[in-house]
Design a binder for this molecule. Structure first.
Ligand code: SAM
Length: 300
């Protein structure tokens, strides 16, 4: 890094391969374990090349504009911003989603949540359109994945944050033909749902905030990700409970509710689901084999 400024010391008129090495060297001072992979992501993002294009063009001199772009991304990373925000996009299942500080960075455990949600859609033998809701959609990761991966679905993406919904809208616009299957609704949980939606959902899926106030979080999360996407209240289970209590009024008979939560919350939240009258309550594990998702069915 430059002694007098925080600008990374990256020379202009370098080839893409030289830029990659300089980027990796700069990152390795701060992030030794991930420097190479992050360096590759940054160079691919700044150049606009895919992996094959990069290999073909690695001896080309990068334009000043592209070099400036690379320095901008690298500088944000040096300042401690998560790599996903510095890049401005992140992949989730089959999607490349726009992500910035208005939304939570989509996590791998949420890809499993989508898998569990999809399993309910394939079990349901109904032939007509499945009506789905993604509560607390953020970037749109869950709902847009379902819209992209399933044929006959109508997905409502819900968030109370207008800022988050702007990001979800941009991601919806990037969905091409699948975009007709999704729409956006600003609401605090079910508050603004029209009466016509009552008892209509075949599936409600949610990754709500589930962290308790004061819980320890890494600085990269605490300082950059939106607090309204992380913290639920004193216990951490407030939003999950609120969804469990209200969702039954919006599910169709036989409809499924699938919620992501922290591993230590799954037993208590399964009990709450039972006392609220749900049946077929199951706990599903994430990729690290930790209990992470509770699913249940509304039969009444
Ligand atoms: C943990 S983030 C999940 C974002 C995204 N679904 C994902 O999995 O990456 C929780 C989301 O719930 C939203 N949220 C928090 N409280 C809400 C409420 N009362 N009503 C609706 N959305 C809420 C936040 O704005 C945030 O986008």
């Amino acid at each position: 890094m430059n002694e007098h400024s925080k600008e990374p010391d990256i020379a202009n008129m370098s080839t893409w391969e030289e830029l990659l090495e300089e980027t990796v060297n700069t990152l390795s001072l701060l992030y030794p374990e991930s420097a190479r992979v992050e360096g590759q992501w940054i160079v691919l993002s700044a150049s606009g090349y895919d992996q094959a294009g990069f290999l073909k063009n690695k001896d080309t001199i990068a334009s000043n504009l592209a070099t400036r772009n690379l320095k901008r991304i690298l500088n944000r990373r040096i300042e401690g911003e998560p790599i996903q925000y510095a890049l401005g996009s992140w992949s989730f299942r089959n999607l490349e989603l726009i992500v910035d500080k208005r939304v939570l960075i989509p996590r791998p455990e949420t890809e499993v949540l989508v898998e569990v949600a999809l399993s309910f859609l394939s079990q349901n033998q109904q032939t007509d359109t499945k009506i789905i809701c993604d509560l607390g959609t953020g970037s749109g990761a869950i709902g847009l994945s379902i819209a992209q991966e399933c044929n006959d679905v109508e997905v409502t993406l819900v968030d109370h944050s207008m800022d988050a919904l702007k990001v979800a809208s941009a991601n919806l616009a990037g969905l091409g033909n699948h975009a007709v299957k999704a729409r956006i609704l600003q609401s605090s949980w079910f508050e603004n749902f029209p009466e016509s939606m009552r008892n209509s959902f075949d599936l409600i899926v949610s990754n709500p905030p589930y962290i308790a106030f004061g819980e320890d979080l890494p600085p990269s999360v605490l300082n950059f990700e939106p607090s309204e996407a992380l913290f639920a209240g004193e216990k951490g289970t407030e939003d999950i409970e609120s969804i469990l209590i209200s969702a039954s009024q919006w599910l169709t008979t036989g409809g499924a509710l699938v919620i992501e939560m922290a591993p230590h919350q799954t037993t208590e939240m399964s009990e709450t689901a039972k006392s609220e009258g749900y049946s077929n309550i199951k706990v599903h594990k994430d990729l690290a084999k930790k209990p992470r998702i509770v699913s249940c069915i509304w039969e009444e």
